[in-house]
Design a protein around this ligand. Structure first.
Ligand code: UGA
Length: 456
């Protein structure tokens, strides 16, 4: 089929490559001409494992190309995916200006009987707005254009796998023909085992927001538990492990730490609460989810203050700056929120991240950057693991020990093995777990070790 994709951010790019990978002819388009020039030259504007290879493969096969003009992108399209950004406004609602202008442009140029698919995360009711915009553009002209909601569930850092092998595909539509076309678009995926869920449009739009808000709720629940465990002398990793063995709860998204970040959870939780209010329903639980998330960074600052006394002039090394591993995305990154808080306390903050350093520097220019993890830890009063990149979990402890000024590690993601660290001479702080004192007598038995947490 002929597919057009408007917007080449994370969701748009993954839609381009995955649709091409299953044999559709795809044209991608973006208002940012620089991005289109980059993509046409095979250069990726973001880091995502496996994406560069897939992009090169699909463009070389002639199934994927990029153009500057929406008119050119949609000229032959049977299905047009709108994947433009929906950033948060100051009042917390999603800004839908880009969605409206993309819908208008598409309606002006697309063939009749095509389908416009809303894939950006939008509040319930947006597809209805898009339909009105489209109908106004079409007035007096023959033919109909269906509007469909098809929210995306991919995760950054695992986006290639999630896009090529989605567990579920959600399609909200009103017309039987629109469902039929969407079944055809996704047939290669459903034949490979993906579950296709068909609903009305309002349900699909609401379901996407509900999923993100509920996952954020699980994380905040774990973080609130961490605060309780600290006061009770319990271990949040074990508590959430016990909870996760109940199949009604499940083990995922219960990792306590610095809290959630990225371009989805923080803005979606806020936008969902605003939507509820606009619909006349107060949903203060969502405000609490956001508050507990912010509290996690504050709890980290307090722990550092407790461990180091005055933060002024203390050298603190932050390992991992991206909002999660395997991405260069620093939007709403808890690591950078912590960096800013520590800088405000006049600490000297040095960071390292395998992919996100350039973005981090743009966001927090006062942050000093190091060439690798060991250089970041040179002379540090405390090392903080902020993002659990695999390579940061396997550092050589002897080397780390000789780099730091004082052997204090704060595992703000509960991703390390505190016993191994303590045996290597480190004092270990975590989130919601008992403080572990250094026990260097066992050090000889440890040597250069993997730091990863065992069990649970
Ligand atoms: C999230 C959802 O997981 C996707 O299903 C959804 O499609 C996407 O948002 C979106 O709406 O576009 P993403 O933001 O890429 O995906 O990343 P997640 O893996 O969900 O992690 C979000 C944040 O939560 C990260 O900062 C991560 O470190 C944090 N997190 C996650 C925790 O603090 N604890 C956990 O147990 C899990």
């Amino acid at each position: 089929m002929n597919v057009a994709v408007i917007g080449t951010g994370h969701v748009g790019l993954m839609t381009c490559v995955s649709m091409a990978a299953v044999g559709h002819r795809v044209v991608g388009c973006d208002a940012d001409r620089g991005k289109i020039a980059q993509l046409s030259a095979g250069v990726l504007p973001i880091f995502e494992p496996g994406l560069a290879e897939l992009l090169a493969e699909q463009t070389a096969a002639g199934r994927l190309s990029f153009v500057e003009e929406t008119a050119d992108a949609v000229a032959d399209a049977e299905v047009v995916f709108i994947c433009v950004g929906t950033p948060p406004r100051v009042d917390g609602e999603a800004d839908l200006v880009a969605v409206e202008s993309a819908a208008r442009e598409v309606a002006r140029h697309v063939r009749r009987s095509s389908i416009i698919v809303e894939k950006s995360t939008v509040p319930a009711g947006t597809a209805g707005r898009v339909r009105t915009v489209v109908r106004r553009e079409l007035s007096g002209r023959a033919g109909e254009i269906s509007v469909v909601s098809n929210p995306e569930f991919l995760r950054e850092g695992r986006a290639v796998e999630d896009s090529l092998h989605p567990e579920r595909i959600l399609v909200g539509a009103e017309e039987a023909e629109a469902f039929a076309t969407m079944r055809e678009v996704y047939r290669p995926f459903t034949e490979a085992g993906a579950l296709l869920i068909e609903t009305d449009i309002a349900t699909a739009e609401l379901a996407k927001h509900a999923c993100n808000a509920f996952l954020a709720l699980k994380i905040s629940f774990a973080n609130a538990l961490a605060r309780m465990c600290e006061r009770a002398g319990a271990d949040v990793v074990s508590v959430t492990h016990v909870m996760g063995t109940d199949p009604r709860i499940g083990p995922d998204f219960l990792r306590a730490g610095l809290g959630y970040g990225g371009y989805c959870f923080p803005k979606d939780v806020q936008a969902f609460e605003r939507l509820a209010a606009r619909l006349g329903y107060a949903f203060p639980l969502l405000g609490e989810v956001a508050r507990i998330n912010e509290e996690a960074v504050e709890a980290a600052v307090e722990k550092l203050r407790d461990a180091l006394w005055n933060l002024t002039d203390k050298r603190i090394a932050l390992l991992g700056l991206a909002f999660k591993p395997e991405t260069d995305d620093i939007r709403f990154s808890p690591a950078l929120a912590l960096a800013e808080r520590l800088l405000a306390e006049r600490a000297s903050v040095v960071g390292f991240d395998p992919q996100a350093m350039a973005n981090a520097k743009t966001e927090v220019p006062e942050l000093e950057l190091a060439t690798d993890a060991y250089a970041a830890c040179e002379g540090a009063d405390c090392v903080v693991l902020c993002t659990e990149w695999p390579e940061l979990l396997t550092l050589d402890l002897e080397r780390l020990r000789s780099a730091v000024a004082y052997p204090v590690i704060f595992d703000a993601r509960n991703a390390l093995d505190a016993d191994v660290l303590a045996a290597a001479g480190f004092e270990v702080l975590s989130m919601g777990r008992p403080h572990v004192a250094a026990s260097p007598t066992e050090r000889s038995a440890v040597g250069a070790s993997r730091l990863e947490r065992r069990g649970a």
